[in-house]
Design a protein around this ligand. Sequence first.
Ligand code: MG
Length: 449
Amino acid sequence: MKSLMMAVTGIRGIIGETLTPDLALKAGKAFGTLIGKGPVILGGDTRISYLMVKQALVSGLMSVGTDIMDIGQVPTPTVQQMIRYHRAQGGVVITASHNPIMWNGIKLMNHEGSFINEQDFDAFLNFFRADELPLSSWDELGQVHCDSQSIYYHVDRILEVIDPVSIRFSGLKVLVDANNGTGALANPILLDRLGVEYEILNPEPNGRFAHDPEPLEKNLSQIKKQMAKGGYDIGFVQDADADRLVILDENGRFIGEDYSFGFCVDYLLSQETARKKTLVVNLSTSKLLEWIAEKYGAQILYSKIGEAHVTQMLKQSKAQVGGEGNGGIIFPKIGWGRDSLVGITVALKYLADSKKKVSEIVAAYPRYVMVRDKVSISNKEEIGACLNKVEKAYRGYSINMLDGLKISLDDGWIHVRPSNTEPIIRIFIEAKDDKQAEIILNEVKNIIK
Ligand code: MG
């Protein structure tokens, strides 16, 4: 069962191995039992396995009496938006997000349109593992309704909050790589409404990804090549469920995941009128965000890794903006989830209002380099001892222990964190340059060994 992951951030498995119709059926029954009558908003990304997983989930949800609003293949943030719109009790998203094509998964959302919390996830797991759950009689089965207009509603909601007029008159030309994911469905609707000239690479929402769906530099060669021909002002790439977004400048240079996120935060904080400004990011997010927060006199708070944790802290602190360094902006005025459509709109607004090029804006940012690595350990019991060794070695520095160990250095940081699912320890380092990052990484690896 190596490929099955079950965590609050979602269930993920490989089709034909661990993500089976039986599993989806059980997940449907368990989530329906947790939620009750519903309704539950059901949507998913464009993967080929979508229908197989969906039919089993629908059957499970109906069998325990939960009503379903089926909104079809849509971005994850669209499901989150529609939970609010229909005043639903929860949501289920069929997606393996940035994972390759053989994967699929299930994300579970609460009535606010954010990931269910750990407590609810534990309750869900108990129902999931139960031998039998009470089933509804024929006259109390869940009902299924459909809404095929949800992306239009989602886009309307964004444009109610972010005024698109300056974008419409900007003359900007945009290139987006939708990688045949749900961005292929949503981008034309959004970009038509924004009134910009655009082209979409891999525009078929057929789930046959043209490249690995994780928006990392190594997967962006097609758009980089196209942009290098010139004539575009900005490039965007989304992951398969269109919550994550990364940006390329007008020369086709990838600005980085954290810098894409920072770019959007920079604009949103510049527009924020509240006296007390707060930004929430996860612990592995670039120091660039500290610099941006300082620029606007905003407080920056750090959460555990994962959208669910960022959102919880956003709510508690009443922060105006948040997200994760891997390219996921959360703007609570619109929704509680990472949303690439919000990111695209904000980035275009930044260009239209500032009349600057992407490269000019990014050139003003301090440069940091991040490296990620992992070390295997023989078993999970070793984790504590490994973390202790690291803590001892960096005694004297400020250490945050909310999620593994985050050590603040003078010009960077170290984040050492055990994986939830595998016997590995992840190491994230940020430093001023490649050389410095490499030196620190080797230092940490030697300490753990
Ligand atoms: Mg995703």
